[in-house]
Ligand binder design. Sequence first.
Ligand code: NDP
Length: 316
Amino acid sequence: MSEIEKTNCLIIGSGPAGYTAAIYAARADMNPVMYEGLQPGGQLTTTNEVENFPGYPEGITGPEMMIELKKQAQRFDTDVRPGFIEKVDFSGDVHKCWSDDGKEIHAKTVIIATGASAKYLGLPSEQKYLEMGGGVSACAVCDGFFYKGQETVIVGAGDSACEEAHYLSKLCTKVTMLVRRDEFRASKIMEDRVKKTENIEILFNTETEEVLGDDNGVTGVRVINNKTKETHEIPCTGFFVAIGHKPNTDIFKDYLNTDEVGYISYEQPGTSRTNVAGVFVAGDAADKTYRQAVTAAGTGCMAALDAERYLAALEG
Ligand code: NDP
């Protein structure tokens, strides 16, 4: 049997939420242990330029920002570990967690900062330009600015797609929205807003066949009408995917309250508390609305402060 390790504070996940929680927890002498997770640095590591995080007047790349956050957390002796937590048991007073390298960790407090993953279509051409940072994005608020004065295409018909299409319409000369059915999923008000926007063209029953491009990035999209089977090409430099996110919360499902998609519910709004005492959540694992690095960092701070107060109360 492996030795049991005890900690005051276990942080699961290493995006802006996890690192901010680590900085606060470490400075409060909680000696936090962090497991970086499957995607060290989180979603920002797939973003090129971050221009909307306060404090970087010239902007910073996502991967660089995550290196800075990691250094800041380690400066105060956060024990940052590669690997991930694969199983938890939150049924007792001590929260048991198992890492992929076989460690059993008993934590007085756990901060969940496992984030969410944007869904993509899965086309090889989409993945190619995503990986090369050349015109595929799942976040208009993050990347829309780079397509100012250009033409973009966005896939999806939910509230996110409508919100992002509207956001892009203010920056881009034209936005083409690809809706796979003959109706929207979004709320009526959001649907009406995109329909009323002059430079948004909506193509119903339309799916993406291939993202087209060259060595510099995306140049267009070939789409197919799934009723008529007719195909045509749409020129664009930015291809946005807004078909939903999946919160990375599967391992907590047996213990924590979530909504129907899996976003962890806050036990008390305005705090980071979950329904299990001593377990806190920060960032996109509980946020389907804002999903920004700065909001994740803010809730990471809240989680560390809540965990610190919980520990202080335990110790009486
Ligand atoms: P949703 O799951 O609501 O919508 C996803 C959309 O993507 C659907 O239109 C779906 O099509 C489409 N889609 C899924 N897979 C594909 C695919 N492979 N190809 C083409 N299209 C695809 O996700 P959202 O992110 O939009 O919203 C998530 C939640 O967050 C919702 O509850 C929403 O109301 C909420 N939200 C609220 C906002 C607000 O109020 N301001 C803003 C943003 C989100 P289909 O309809 O055919 O299934």
